[in-house]
Write a new protein. Structure first.
Length: 317
């Protein structure tokens, strides 16, 4: 009976041992084992296979004690898990280094496995490595070698265009808020070409002649439009509030601003007012003469900045 119990205990212990397995290896692709020097990184992988409900952590306290009692230094560690059909693999990627030359040993590191009921510890394998000195044995012995230069950075087109695009976007946003705060339009408006006052007035006189109002017996309407064209010309030409002023106010404005031929403009407006208010009547011929008088006043007082096209239009009319 005792033999059976002992056999069962041994079998149970063997099963427990088989429940967790630890595999330790150095990543040879990233670690130059043939030419390891002081301070070089050693990339170590510890793969712990365990039950799916277990949780595995690296015992940091144990690692700190190792660093204090040996030349072994742990630089960093990262953990990831991978699931198989019935097991879990917790994989630790650990970076280590040594600051002593000669044969060194990466010590066994302690990992704690937490189960539903209790916890247990497992250890990684210890691995021997050969650390070489940074000082060579050639003619330069006794001299410290230069620090290895930085790795070359290879930039792609997007590495350049993306920061430039971000910078342009930031500048545009800043300009947007500056213009918005100042009340200016974001998109500059196209300046309208200013038409000289005399061109507007002469064009309206030509249109008035084409309408042939006197021939239709619309003498009053004809002189109302003549008076309006004259007032509009004076306002546009001299920047005076003529359209909203009475004849007396217009006389004062023209005199105050020393307008050329001011008396003739005033007499013209008075003559138009007399017809507008039915005090006098004019024949078709007289209406044409009065229109010609206004045209002559406009030409004599026009601003001397007209283009060749304006001069052509004036001479034509």
């Amino acid at each position: 009976m005792k033999r059976i119990i002992a056999f069962l205990i041994i079998l149970l212990s063997f099963s427990c041992l088989q429940a967790v397995s630890v595999h330790t290896q150095i990543d040879k692709e990233t670690t130059n084992l043939k030419n390891l020097r002081i301070g070089d990184r050693i990339f170590l992988t510890v793969d712990i296979e365990h039950e799916t409900k277990d949780s595995v952590v690296l015992d940091n306290k144990f690692i700190q004690e190792l660093s204090q009692t040996s030349e072994f230094v742990t630089v960093s560690s990262q953990k990831q898990t991978r699931k198989t059909e019935k097991k879990f693999h917790t994989i630790f990627d650990i970076q280590t280094t040594f600051f002593e030359t000669g044969e060194q040993t990466i010590p066994a590191m302690k990992f704690i496995i937490f189960t539903n009921k209790d916890s247990s510890a497992v250890y990684s394998d210890s691995i021997a490595v050969q650390i070489q000195s940074t000082i060579t044995s050639d003619s330069t012995a006794g001299k410290i070698r230069d620090i290895v230069g930085p790795l070359p950075v290879r930039l792609t087109v997007w590495d350049i265009l993306f920061p430039v695009a971000i910078l342009i976007f930031i500048v545009l946003v800043i300009l947007f808020f500056i213009k918005k705060k100042s009340g200016k339009s974001i998109i500059p408006t196209k300046k309208k070409k200013l038409i000289p006052a005399h061109v507007i007035a002469l064009t309206k006189l030509d249109q008035l002649e084409l309408d042939k109002l006197p021939q239709q017996g619309k003498i009053k309407e004809y002189f109302v439009r003549l008076s309006w064209i004259c007032r509009e010309y004076l306002e546009n030409r001299y920047k005076l509030p003529v359209l909203e002023s009475t004849s007396t106010e217009i006389k004062r404005l023209l005199k105050k601003n020393n307008v050329k031929l001011q008396a003739k403009f005033y007499n013209f407006l008075i003559e138009c007012d007399q017809v507008k208010y039915a005090r006098f009547s004019k024949t078709i011929a007289e209406s044409g003469e009065i229109k010609a008088t206004l045209k002559n006043l406009i030409i004599k007082t026009r601003k001397q900045t007209q283009t060749n096209d304006d001069e052509h239009n004036i001479s034509k009319s």
